[in-house]
Design a protein around this ligand. Structure first.
Ligand code: MG
Length: 155
């Protein structure tokens, strides 16, 4: 089975930018109840989606004070636990980040390593890609960052 996830977060000055569990030096960071890691939120939704287990908002509501400034790795870890409890094993993950700046290239390998550890996967089964939005739309105007994630699981 496959699962798919998507997330966006608004960007603002004076906030931190954390993507795939890696903090990136940036003038703009994500505005969020949690740490605003759109990539890990998309991944959490992909994992839950593969197992037919709902979405991140149902499992970790942003109205819950427990998740204020939460490290989003815990959402991924919990989604993986749920997969395992449902007799499913993760095969691979593939994430695409969309943001205008800064350039993600220098951080990709650190992100892959972080994700591999988080998901207990070998590096070759962890993919991180990044693109700009060609200055078009809200991402292009640096008002937000978007992330897509897909994963495969097997029984
Ligand atoms: Mg989110």
């Amino acid at each position: 089975m496959v699962g798919f996830g998507y997330d966006i977060h608004r960007l603002a000055a004076g906030e931190s930018l954390i993507l795939c569990g890696v903090e990136i030096p940036s003038m703009l960071g994500t505005v969020a109840h949690s740490d605003g890691d759109a990539a890990l939120h998309a991944l959490t939704d992909a994992l839950l989606g593969a197992a037919g287990l709902g979405d991140i908002g149902e499992h970790f509501p942003d109205t819950n004070p427990l998740y204020k400034n939460a490290d989003s790795k815990q959402f991924v870890r919990r989604a993986l636990e749920l997969l395992h409890e449902n007799g499913l094993r993760l095969i691979n993950i593939d994430i695409t980040l969309i943001l205008e700046s800064p350039k993600i290239q220098p951080y990709k390998e650190a992100m892959r390593a972080e994700l591999a550890t988080m998901c207990e996967l070998p590096l070759r089964r962890v993919s991180v890609k990044a693109t700009t939005n060609e200055r078009v739309g809200f991402v292009g105007r640096k008002e937000g960052v978007a992330a897509f994630a897909i994963c495969q699981v097997e029984e």
